[in-house]
Design a protein around this ligand. Structure first.
Ligand SMILES: [Zn+2]
Ligand SMILES: [Zn+2]
Length: 188
């Protein structure tokens, strides 16, 4: 659960803000963010908040989420906080059914959500092409940020796939393509 926030500074320590700062610190964001690395990161966190709250999104919902992601990380974080707290409030009076997996440190290298994976981390995905970073030989200088969720987990839930293997098979068949901006697989 995120928030409540009393002022903008309260949002600075959250994974979204940290991840955006890490992207800038790594020098990967060009002026105006033409590759949508930062806005894609904001969209991903917002989508993940909806998914964790069990919210089904229609095409127009997703369009508006992408638009909301154009705002500053702090503004987007407030929306994330409200979604997560509304979900929490709704759950308070309901029997617990599906256990939710919240953001946690990387199981392989211990990176905290929003931080870069250690070099050689076996969980990290290549930020350029989406395959396991260790097996990618094309982008050996790129290090990914740990989102707090296991790679593929968010996509499996957003698209209602069977499991991570199902996502892998669909990616191999070209049904899913890697979206560098959001650092998520999306339907081709
Ligand atoms: Zn890691
Ligand atoms: Zn790669």
């Amino acid at each position: 659960m995120f928030g409540p926030y009393e002022d903008e500074h309260d949002t600075y320590g959250e994974p979204l803000n940290q991840e955006c700062r890490a992207l800038h610190a790594a020098g990967r964001v060009e002026s105006g963010d033409p590759e949508r690395l930062v806005s894609g990161t904001r969209a991903r966190h917002l989508l993940a908040a909806c998914e964790q709250a069990g919210v089904d999104l229609g095409a127009y919902d997703r369009q508006v989420v992408e638009w909301l992601a154009m705002w500053e990380p702090s503004t987007v974080q407030v929306m994330i906080g409200i979604i997560s707290r509304a979900h929490q409030a709704g759950r308070a009076g309901m029997p617990r059914t599906v256990p939710t997996t919240g953001p946690h440190p990387c199981p392989s290298c211990g990176a905290a959500p929003g931080q870069l994976h250690g070099w050689g981390c076996s969980t990290a995905r290549c930020p350029e092409c989406g395959q396991q970073a260790l097996s990618c030989e094309d982008h050996t200088n790129s290090r990914a940020v740990w989102s707090g969720r296991f790679p593929g987990e968010v996509e499996v839930e957003i698209y209602g796939l069977e499991d991570l293997n199902d996502l892998g098979r669909r990616a191999e068949r070209g049904e899913f393509v890697w979206d560098r901006a959001t650092q998520l697989w999306r339907r081709a």
